[in-house]
Design a protein around this ligand. Sequence first.
Ligand SMILES: Nc1ncnc2c1ncn2[C@@H]1O[C@H](COP(=O)(O)OP(=O)(O)O)[C@@H](O)[C@H]1O
Ligand SMILES: CC(C)(COP(=O)(O)O)[C@@H](O)C(=O)NCCC(=O)O
Length: 399
Amino acid sequence: MEHNREFEIDGNSNPIQISRLALDIGGSLIKLVYFSRNSGDDEDPPKDKVGVSNGVNGRLHFAKFETAKINDCLEFISANKLFLGGGFQHQENCTNDRRFIKATGGGAYKFSELFKEKLDISLEKEDEMDCLVMGANFLLKAANQEAFTYLNGQKEFVQIDHNDLYPYLLVNIGSGVSMIKVDGDGKYERVSGTSVGGGTFWGLGKLLTKCQSFDELLELSHQGNNRAIDTLVGDIYGGMDYSKVGLSSTTIASSFGKAISDNKELEDYKPEDISRSLLRMISNNIGQISYLNALRFGLKRIFFGGFFIRGHSYTMDTIAVAVHFWSKGEAKAMFLRHEGFLGALGAFMSYESPSLDNLVVNQMVPLPVNASLVTDTNFDTLKGDLNGTESIRCSIYRA
Ligand SMILES: Nc1ncnc2c1ncn2[C@@H]1O[C@H](COP(=O)(O)OP(=O)(O)O)[C@@H](O)[C@H]1O
Ligand SMILES: CC(C)(COP(=O)(O)O)[C@@H](O)C(=O)NCCC(=O)O
């Protein structure tokens, strides 16, 4: 049995002690969150009011892998010995030294045997919605500069009032989309969802453009013009607005509508235009359904997470405009810097056992006022897109 073992990862010269790893194994991506206490860290541990050390400094690391390449993920965990830190054995029963990792998402069930077989690790399953909500609540309360609005190309961080956070709508855009009304810590209801999500964009986009990666497809959308394929109100109304019902000539009347009448084949359209229309169609649709659900429950704030967003300006702009348009400015779309890691963070925080490490980690959840996440100086918050393989400095305090 190896507890609190120190070892090196990432070629860093400082010994790093990994004390927690959690996974979110989704339909498209596997997300990893792990905490390291870096013994080379020159900062003093956090102290309480009377100067007693009451926490640890360290780093939260984020990484992701395509679910289809799960073997790369297993190799990463194994090569970096991420499962060897303290607390990975069942502490409440000393005779049981089964190694386990907290895991959420459908893959925690699907790949359970594979983890056992390849790494001799049991996946301790945590409910996906529980984890999403736990991760979102934690970030909204504990992390600095986490939530932001995006309108007219401007990103603006939102100061979250901890006493006025609930209720809100959490929209997680992964392979599919879940919409969750959140009323408090552990208090939520999944009120809606749609199968037209990130998997749809990537799947259809791959078929229609022959792109080989999600990033390529997203990059293409930058250069495209959706008017080449979408039918606009003006196309139907002879260049005019349909002002009586509030539709301007530039509003999309029918996504991909031009493909019917253009008498063109798929090859006649530019892949960048296809990508742009697809991204717009899906983002618009999600924005609209989200707003309708917010309206259903009288919610004014909608937080969007999930890796579909990828801090991509056009995606966020489309979603924000859809929410603004349909709500006539009443509801607000907000995005999260750690968008894709909500579930993994929730799983990370669900460890429970009485060692110091566990105690410290557990304190992150109920006592967010005392927990602060400090942004790594290497990470430019304004550029966004925490893409995986980054880390953030993190001080975790006890009460
Ligand atoms: N590198 C990538 N590879 C595949 N999909 C990606 C990538 N980056 C972002 N995505 C988008 O993110 C979606 C998955 O989001 P995520 O929140 O991880 O959901 P899931 O838990 O279903 O895997 C994909 O369907 C795709 O739209
Ligand atoms: C089944 C899921 C919760 C799985 O989560 P994911 O891996 O997509 O993040 C999600 O894909 C979803 O909510 N789909 C939409 C199903 C529906 O409400 O129609």
